[in-house]
Design a binder for this molecule. Structure first.
Ligand SMILES: [Zn+2]
Length: 79
């Protein structure tokens, strides 16, 4: 087994641990606007946006991005 095979095995084992619907930061930023609007308007978070909630609980950077976005949206509403 060469090094890249070993790395492939490690990646495979990590993927088993990681939930299938896990988002990365870029994917999260694509849907964060939709998520924030739903949250602010009190709409239920549907299945497609559940991974967003999960990611925000794990990722400080995206959480900050989300909080900034919420503030901006609230400011627009208060105009
Ligand atoms: Zn993130």
């Amino acid at each position: 087994m060469n090094v890249s095979d070993q790395q492939a095995e490690i990646v495979k084992s990590l993927l088993k641990i990681t939930r299938e619907e896990e988002l990365n930061c870029n994917e999260l930023l694509e849907v964060i606007g939709e998520y924030a609007e739903k949250k602010l308007s009190g709409q239920p978070i549907d299945k497609t946006l559940e991974p967003v909630e999960h990611h925000l609980g794990l990722c400080r950077e995206c959480e900050e991005e989300y909080e900034a976005l919420c503030k901006a949206l609230q400011d627009i509403e208060n105009l």
